[in-house]
Ligand binder design. Structure first.
Ligand code: GLN
Length: 500
């Protein structure tokens, strides 16, 4: 029996394109059909089938002409609607940007296009990437293909749904406080947030600029490596993009550790297990799946080291001061003058600002603008913002102390499996409960460290659990290597939702 096209991983698609077994047009047409058939999942905000098929035909023509092509050439992808795109509208899932079309492509998008990828469309997310359930999208809810009455996580919820439901083999995401790792975990796919500065933020609609980072979401570590390779690298148009050599991430997957063997490819790898990541509040099913995954890593030759990240809990107040502070500044540009929504009726300039912003922003975005403005205001700045910055440094220092005794850190991504969609249950999600659920992803974000989510098992209600791997700065290769070794001996990443 031949595997259906949508069951192929990105790497397998790439091989089939190279061997002439399939074409980009066939892959793209199949992806579009599945996107249409799964509209009810709410993954896409915009699809352009015609443009995608044109790009696919061009990829096939390049191949027919015998050009030397990279591994992503002809692969259909979709982008989180936080990345601006020239050929598709960009909304950040906000009414504020309804109908907005960017005059340029985000660098990450431009690089993936230059690598020959085909763009199917733009993916749903939380408004301005604020949220962890995709319930803050101004347009539609996104549904978890494992149970369509549950959230897919967020803010890169549409990306997670599109990959988990096998509509596309890979997607871009952004992660400010967990928005790649958490939805990847809740939908059983693989995602990596690289080191802050690894990928350009140019053309990524800003939420909290000192935290925002782009990254790939796909089914396997190998696919993430292929995508990250194309997405990474210095960009002079982003002042915080790093002048850091980009290693060969695909080669890193197969790296030989000293003393390693075929059975024990991770021999000598020290995995730090933070006590604080296994406390109360972590669901039993998440705990047991995570522990079982750690035991599997031991089988692969790794050793587990008990470590402490003492300020884990503080990462919540620290993040929820710093991120809104930066957001309140970044979002001041949506004033009805330069671009985006403008109120129809107003009496004077101030009234225009007020009405435009009241109409254009959703409740969570307004909440953050107000919190951010408050913590930055004269008289409160020292008490909140400055204190948070000091603690942020201490959280980063705690990681450096931990990396003295381990090479990577592992624990759960999310304390629970995917919860039901609040609207389906006739209520609204509690924002504070939402903030608390970010506890395990925020520390690495605040420190600027790379973090990854790897499918690690099933927890409560047979829903996916993600294992988080955190590395030291620029050590994405180490994370991808460890995840790849794990995926060679487990099949959690191959499990697919029943319905799709
Ligand atoms: N859930 C977090 C928040 O709402 C993270 C969002 C993100 O990483 N973009 O801020």
């Amino acid at each position: 029996m031949s595997t259906a096209l949508h069951d192929l991983t990105l790497a397998q698609m790439s091989q089939q394109l190279a061997s002439g077994q399939t074409t980009s047009v066939a892959l793209t047409r199949h992806a579009i059909e599945r996107v249409e058939a799964h509209r009810d999942l709410g993954a896409f905000l915009h699809v352009d089938a015609e443009a995608a098929l044109k790009e696919a035909a061009a990829a096939d023509a390049r191949r027919a002409a015998g050009q030397a092509l990279g591994p992503l050439d002809g692969i259909p992808l979709a982008h989180k609607d936080i990345f601006v795109t020239q050929d598709h509208p960009t909304t950040a899932a906000s009414k504020m940007l309804e109908g907005y079309k960017s005059p340029f492509d985000a660098t990450v998008v431009a690089r993936l296009k230059a690598a020959g990828t085909v763009t199917i469309g733009k993916l749903n997310c939380d408004e301005f990437a604020m949220g962890g359930a995709n319930e803050n999208s101004a347009y539609q809810v996104a549904r978890n293909p494992w149970d369509t009455h549950r959230i897919p996580g967020g803010s890169s919820g549409g990306s997670a749904v599109a990959v988990a439901a096998r509509l596309v083999p890979g997607a871009t995401g952004t992660d400010t406080g967990g928005s790649i790792r958490q939805p990847a975990a809740l939908t059983g796919i693989t995602g990596i947030k690289p080191t802050y500065g690894r990928c350009s933020r140019y053309g990524m609609i800003a939420f909290a600029s000192s935290l925002d980072q782009a990254g790939p979401m796909a089914r396997t570590a190998e696919d993430c490596a292929l995508l990250l390779q194309a997405m990474s690298g210095f960009d002079e148009r982003d002042a915080t993009s790093a002048q850091q050599a980009v290693p060969d991430f695909v080669a890193a997957l197969h790296a030989q550790r000293e003393g390693a063997s075929a059975e024990q490819p991770l021999k000598g790898l020290r995995i730090g297990v933070p006590r604080e990541f296994f406390g109360e509040g972590v669901a039993a099913g998440v705990q047991s799946a995570t522990r079982a995954a750690l035991a599997q890593f031991e089988q692969l030759g790794a050793t587990l080291v008990d470590i402490s990240l003492p300020r884990t809990e503080l990462s919540i107040p620290v993040y929820y001061i710093i991120a809104p502070a930066e957001a309140s500044s970044n979002l001041s540009r949506y004033d009805g003058v330069k671009f985006g929504h403008r109120a129809k009726k107003y009496s004077d300039l101030n009234d225009m600002y007020r009405k435009t912003r009241a109409e254009g922003f959703g409740a969570e975005v307004k909440r953050r603008i107000m919190i951010g403005t408050y913590v930055l205001s004269h008289g409160y700045y020292d008490a909140y913002y400055l204190q948070a910055q000091k603690l942020r440094r201490m959280i980063a220092d705690d990681f450096q102390a931990a990396f003295q005794v381990c090479d990577v850190i592992a624990g759960p991504v999310s304390p629970t499996v995917a919860r039901p969609i609040a609207a389906d249950e006739g209520h609204q999600a509690d924002p504070v409960a939402e903030y608390l659920a970010d506890i395990f992803t925020l520390p690495a974000s605040l420190a600027g460290l790379p973090g990854m989510s790897v499918p690690a098992g099933l927890g409560e209600h047979d829903l996916p659990v993600g294992l988080q791997l955190i590395g030291n700065y620029w050590q994405e290769g180490t994370l991808l290597h460890a995840a790849h070794a794990f995926q060679q001996v487990t099949d959690w990443h191959q499990r697919t939702p029943k319905q799709s």
